[in-house]
Ligand binder design. Structure first.
Ligand SMILES: Nc1ncnc2c1ncn2[C@@H]1O[C@H](COP(=O)(O)OP(=O)(O)OP(=O)(O)O)[C@@H](O)[C@H]1O
Length: 351
C-alpha cells in the first residue's frame, strides 16, 4: 500500500496532499493547476516536499528532513503524455534501457517478453521517429514497466492520441496491468469516461488538496461537493437555501423551489445536484415529486445527444437527451415543458 502525506509551498501554490492507495488503478482528476503532476513528481522522487511522509509497502521513501530516497532507489515507473523515448535508440534498446547491469541472457528474455506484450516484436529494430504515436506510447509503457516497479505513475498517458488509438491503448494498458502488474497505479486524466473505464478508485484534487476519494462509482456518480461535481461533470448544482428532514424524505428549498429527496445521512446540506442525463423533460405534467414547469432556452446538437438549457423558475437547468431523433422532433427554443428531477437521482452535497 502507498501512504502519502506531504506538503510543499510555492509563492502562489500550496500542495497539501494526504491519501492511501491500494494495488489497482487509482485515477486522479482535477482542474488544471490543482497539483496532479506535482503529486506524481513527489512520489517519483523528482520533487522534494517541504515536509511529510511517503511510505510504500513498509519502505519509507520520504520522511521530512530525515529520509529522501532518490528516484532510482524507489523503483517507480513513470509514463508521461509525451513518451520521452530516446530518439537515437531502437525500440528494443529503449525498452532495455532501465535494465543496465543485468545479465545479458536475462535482459534479452525480459525484453522479448515485453516486445510480445506490447505486440511490437516486428518493430524492435526501428527508431521512435518511425513509429506512430500509439506505438511510441506502448514502447514507453514497456520501458517504464520492465524494471518491475512497485508503483506506476501515468500522467495523462493518452492525451496526445486520437480517440481511436486512445481506446485501443486503454484496452492494452488495462490488459497489461491486469496480467503483469500487481502494484499501485496512479493515473492522471482529465477524461471522466476514461477514468471510469480504467480505474478501481478515484481521487479528486482541487487547489492542492484531495477533496474526495473512493470507489470510482461513488465518486463519479455521487460527488460530495460543488467543486467535486464540477470536476466529474455533474452540470446541475443548486445552492440550498434551507432544508429539513420530513418522514422518509428530505425537503430542500433552493431559490424558492421545493425538492423532495430520499432520506439519507447528511449533517449539513449546502448544495443539491443532478446529472444532465438524469433530468427528464416532458410535454405533460408528471405525477412524480419534483416536477416543475419550464421553458426551453437553448438547444445544442451533439453527435449522440441533444443538450437543452431550460429555465425552471430562477434555475437554469441542463438536460441531455440521448435519443436524438425523438428529442429533435420534440423541442424547439421557446417551447414550454415540464422538468422532472427524479428523487433517487438527486445528490446531496455537504459543501
Ligand atoms: N517549480 C514550481 N515553482 C512554482 N510553482 C510551481 C512549480 N511547479 C508547479 N508549480 C505550480 O503548482 C501548481 C500545480 O502544478 P501541477 O503541474 O501539479 O498542476 P496539474 O494539476 O498537473 O495541472 P495540469 O492539469 O494543467 O497539468 C500550478 O499552479 C503550478 O504553476
Amino acid at each position: 500500500m502507498l501512504d502519502v502525506n506531504i506538503k510543499k509551498s510555492y509563492n502562489s501554490f500550496q500542495l497539501n496532499i494526504e491519501f492511501q492507495a491500494n494495488p489497482g488503478i487509482t485515477g486522479i482528476l482535477g482542474p488544471s493547476g490543482c497539483g496532479k503532476s506535482l503529486t506524481l513528481q513527489s512520489l517519483a522522487g523528482i520533487m522534494k516536499p517541504d515536509k511529510g511522509k511517503i511510505t510504500m509497502n513498509q519502505q519509507t521513501w520520504y520522511d521530512s528532513g530525515r529520509t529522501f530516497w532518490k528516484p532510482q532507489q524507489r523503483k517507480v515507473g513513470y509514463l508521461f503524455q509525451n513518451y520521452a523515448l530516446f530518439p537515437h535508440l531502437t525500440v528494443e534498446q529503449n525498452i532495455a534501457y532501465g535494465l543496465k547491469g543485468m545479465l545479458k541472457h536475462e535482459k534479452n528474455q525480459r525484453v522479448e517478453k515485453w516486445l510480445k506484450t506490447i505486440q511490437l516484436e516486428t518493430y524492435k529494430d526501428r527508431h521512435p521517429s518511425k513509429l506512430s504515436g500509439g506505438q511510441q506510447q506502448r514502447v514507453a509503457l514497456a520501458r517504464s514497466m520492465i524494471t518491475e516497479p512497485q508503483l506506476l505513475l501515468l500522467d495523462e498517458p493518452f492525451s496526445a492520441l486520437d480517440q481511436h488509438i486512445r481506446h485501443s491503448l486503454e484496452e492494452d494498458l488495462r490488459r497489461i496491468i491486469d496480467e503483469t502488474f500487481h502494484g499501485v497505479v496512479l493515473l492522471v486524466t482529465h477524461n471522466i469516461e476514461e477514468a471510469f473505464r480504467m480505474c478501481n478508485s478515484i481521487m479528486l484534487l482541487n487547489e492542492g488538496e484531495v477533496i474526495q476519494k473512493g470507489d470510482r462509482r461513488d465518486v463519479l456518480k455521487i460527488p460530495a461537493s460543488k467543486k467535486a461535481a464540477e470536476i466529474v461533470g455533474c452540470e446541475n448544482v443548486f445552492k440550498v437555501s434551507s432544508w429539513e428532514k420530513e418522514g422518509l424524505s428530505i425537503k430542500v428549498n433552493t431559490h424558492g423551489h421545493i425538492f423532495q429527496l430520499k432520506k439519507q445521512k447528511v449533517e449539513n446540506l449546502a448544495h443539491i445536484g443532478i446529472r444532465s442525463d438524469d433530468v427528464r423533460i416532458t410535454t405533460w405534467k408528471g405525477t412524480d415529486d419534483n416536477c416543475f414547469p419550464g421553458e426551453i432556452l437553448h438547444i445544442t446538437e451533439g453527435v449522440k445527444s441533444f443538450k437543452h438549457t431550460v429555465r425552471v423558475g430562477s434555475l437554469s437547468v441542463h438536460i441531455e437527451e440521448v435519443n436524438q431523433e425523438e428529442a429533435n422532433l420534440r423541442w424547439k427554443v421557446g417551447d414550454r415543458c415540464y422538468v422532472t428531477f427524479p428523487q433517487e437521482k438527486l445528490i446531496c452535497m455537504e459543501k
